[in-house]
Design a protein. Structure first.
Length: 208
């Protein structure tokens, strides 16, 4: 759940076609992110996306969310209480709310303040609207491995013994959950793990 003010800066879509300003190094198009309005692809998703609910009031938004997922009962009062409680924290300059503090800290960096992090505001502030809700679909994107290996890259069977002739390298060897980059590894750091495990397996095969 978010507002128009938030979606303009903080809602990102994955994929090069969704970020033509960044992927094409179009600085003129990138500069538009500083001004009002969401990036074109984001605004298109908001207006036409089947999983988006847009409304001027919280009651209308909650009703739209319920229509989108009639099989999942929505605790309307619980949602309302959470939003009101979150908005109330903004009135306190010394709020200990972790989300609000993170927003305030992020905006200390000028780049984030200009194009990435919306200024703190109440969700129910009419000037920041309309209200927007996005239905989430939980899916499995990747397994990040799963084949257990020894330090030589040999795949191990259920009994813990190496399976003759079977090796695993790269993401298949399960380094995504930690490995050489630790638990903070992301897609951009997987190349190092692929090279490292690939070299290890290559040396093992060559030695045999």
């Amino acid at each position: 759940m978010l507002t128009q003010k938030i979606i303009e800066k903080e809602f990102a879509l994955s994929g090069s076609e969704q970020n033509p300003d960044l992927t094409n190094k179009d600085y003129r198009l990138l500069a538009k992110r500083i001004g009002p309005g969401a990036p074109g692809p984001v605004e298109a998703f908001k207006q036409k996306g089947a999983d988006f609910v847009v409304a001027d009031t919280l009651d209308e938004l909650l009703a739209g969310m319920q229509r989108l997922s009639p099989e999942a009962p929505l605790d309307i009062e619980r949602v309302r209480d959470e939003i009101v409680a979150r908005d109330r924290e903004l009135a306190n300059d010394f709020s200990k709310d972790s989300q609000i503090n993170a927003i305030r800290q992020a905006r200390h960096y000028r780049g984030d303040k200009l194009i990435r992090v919306a200024s703190p505001h109440r969700i129910l502030d009419g000037k920041a609207g309309p209200l927007i809700a996005v239905k989430l679909h939980v899916v499995t994107r990747k397994s990040l491995g799963g084949i257990q290996t020894d330090l030589s890259g040999r795949a191990l069977g259920a009994d813990g013994a190496p399976v003759p002739g079977l090796y695993a390298a790269g993401e298949a060897s399960g380094f995504g959950g930690g490995g050489i980059h630790g638990y903070r590894s992301l897609e951009g750091t997987f190349l190092g793990g692929c090279l490292f495990t690939g070299r290890t397996v290559g040396r093992t095969v060559a030695a045999q």
